[in-house]
Design a protein around this ligand. Structure first.
Ligand SMILES: [Zn+2]
Ligand SMILES: [Zn+2]
Length: 542
């Protein structure tokens, strides 16, 4: 059936550009092979240093994180030492592009755009988190009644909550992969169903399953990963490959329902590769540099220590149980095990004041994910117990700290662990800058680290040294073995688009103004610029 959709936007959340290019070229992904061969292809770059959390908000608002202010689900409350759960839909004050299209009378269907909220009153339909990698809200829709209809017809996505899990067996990984593929297929049916339901000006759907597979299964895909084990991979296969194949197939089935007058844009937002970094040692590093003062034996730490002992004892006993009993108990115990594990690795400790003597801290870790660590300077006039003055003092402080971090090497190899330290304000300026970390520490990609959450061997240990820090060491315990990189890929085809390759890198912020422009709308306040190679002739659908 040919549908009168004007623009179809399909995306693969955290779809890895290099894997897509490789598997499209060798025919493993036949739909993407055909799209990349016949469309206009471009490479993208996400926002500097903050792309783990800011990629999607910068995509749909067209502005930098200094304007939308979102970089993570747990954010600092500026002027305090407290972190809070940040809901992007409520927090981000910039309008997503679909609000502008809707106000201009365009009919839109916005399905599962990650890290976004419901736009009440939208001219069309919206689904938030029917499927998601980083779920914050649970499933919500506009209009509200749509939720019941979707549930009745398509049920739940088989991967319900967070995909993080510790101690997965090969069977668990296979089940996880099967659930992701089942989710892709359900989503494909859902997409085709709702595409058929209306004459959409703009229809968007995002596949998030590749994101989960990438984080959880990189060690089952990449033989260079320290946790790669041929015997285990013989049992699990490569879940990333299987999930990408399922998404490729789903995109093919969806595109069979659009006609030649539809402009189609496929985007793989940001990459996935092996986990990197010493984020888990940052606190110790700052302490050794005498910039951070930990409180001795804070109650929370005592509690954490106790939980840790109970947890480790339980884990020891668990492995002694026969497989049949483990199999029976696992579904009931796994959620409890995972939430306890999060406590043990410290994810749930939100208050800095209970852990650090902030009156004597020149800076402190500012959560920004594992990939690129954040540091916040304890600034006079901004932080309650600020120690460093803005201006020259702060500039000198950043310069010295950057040098000290760049001096740190991995014991034995002498390879630097830090690739680059940047000041956020050198890249972004805006009203939300104080919601972001001041310094961003990029870790060296060449140092591969195993996860203790996958296998308990020495690959998860990292031992760092420099003249100033002496020795700092520890273990990477988070279960994820894959993490992001900022590059992405897109391909567009349809009326007026000539096949080829765009010779420059497109910013993730350029898509919003491009979509607006295609419908004859402009917004001069955006940081992104319309992609002229796509527009060809302006205002295609005016
Ligand atoms: Zn991610
Ligand atoms: Zn996930």
């Amino acid at each position: 059936m040919n549908l009168p959709v004007k623009i179809v936007f399909l995306a693969m959340d955290a779809g890895d550009k290099l894997l897509i290019q490789k598997w499209a070229a060798d025919g493993t992904l036949p739909t993407l092979h055909s799209l990349l061969g016949n469309g206009l292809v471009g490479e993208t770059m996400s926002v500097e240093g903050l792309y783990e959390g800011s990629t999607w908000p910068s995509f749909y608002t067209g502005v930098t994180p200094a304007h939308h202010g979102f970089h993570r689900l747990t954010q600092i409350n500026p002027g305090t030492y407290g972190f809070y759960q940040c809901y992007p839909g409520e927090f981000i004050k910039q309008e997503p592009f679909w609000n502008h299209l809707s106000s201009a009378g365009r009919k839109v269907a916005i399905l599962d755009i990650p890290l976004s909220g419901i736009s009440k009153g939208l001219n069309g339909i919206q689904m938030v988190e029917w499927a998601s990698h980083d779920g914050v809200y649970g499933f919500h829709t506009w209009p509200k009644e749509l939720k019941g209809e979707v549930r009745k017809r398509f049920g739940h996505h088989p991967v319900k909550a967070s995909c993080d899990s510790y101690g997965r067996s090969p069977q668990d990984f296979r089940r996880f992969k099967d659930h992701l593929i089942e989710g892709v297929n359900k989503k494909c049916e859902l997409t085709i169903h709702y595409m058929n339901k209306g004459e959409w000006d703009f229809f968007a759907q995002v596949f998030t399953e590749g994101h989960c597979a990438g984080h959880q299964c990189w060690h089952l895909h990449d033989p260079a990963h320290p946790n790669y084990d041929r015997k285990i991979v013989a049992l699990t296969g490569d879940p990333i490959l299987e999930v990408y194949k399922a998404i490729d197939n789903a995109i093919g089935r969806i595109l069979a329902h659009v006609n030649e007058n539809t402009l189609v844009l496929f985007l793989a937002t940001h990459r996935m590769a092996h986990n990197i970094g010493g984020n888990f040692l940052l606190e110790d590093i700052l302490e050794k540099l005498s910039l951070l003062k930990k409180r001795p034996a804070a109650t929370t730490l005592k509690q954490q220590g106790m939980i840790k002992r109970v947890f480790n004892a339980a884990r020891g006993k668990w492995h002694e149980l026969p497989n049949s009993i483990q199999g029976t108990l696992k579904p009931a115990l796994l959620p409890l095990y995972n939430s306890t594990k999060r406590l043990v690795v410290g994810e749930d400790l939100s208050s800095l004041s209970s852990r650090f003597d902030l009156k004597h801290c020149k800076c402190f870790p500012h959560k920004n994910g594992n990939l690129i660590s954040g540091i916040r300077i304890n600034l006079v006039g901004r932080e309650p117990d600020g120690l460093i003055k803005r201006g020259e003092e702060s500039d000198d402080f950043c310069q010295e700290l950057s040098k000290d971090l760049l001096d740190i090497v991995v014991t034995g190899s002498n390879k630097p662990i830090v690739k680059r330290v940047i000041r956020t304000s050198d890249f972004f300026q805006g009203e939300c800058i104080d919601h972001l970390p001041d310094l961003l520490v990029e870790w060296n990609e060449d140092i591969l680290i195993g996860s203790k959450g996958v296998s308990d061997d020495k690959s998860c240990r990292l031992r760092l040294t420099s003249e100033k820090i002496g020795v700092v060491e520890g273990e990477y315990t988070y279960c994820r073995t894959g993490d992001h990189r900022p590059e992405g890929l897109f391909v567009v085809f349809g009326p007026g688009i000539n096949p080829g390759v765009i010779g420059r890198t497109i910013s993730i912020m350029d898509f919003s103004p491009t979509f607006l422009n295609l419908f004859g709308l402009t917004n001069p306040d955006l940081d992104g610029k319309p992609i002229n190679e796509i527009l060809g002739k302006e205002d295609c659908f005016k």
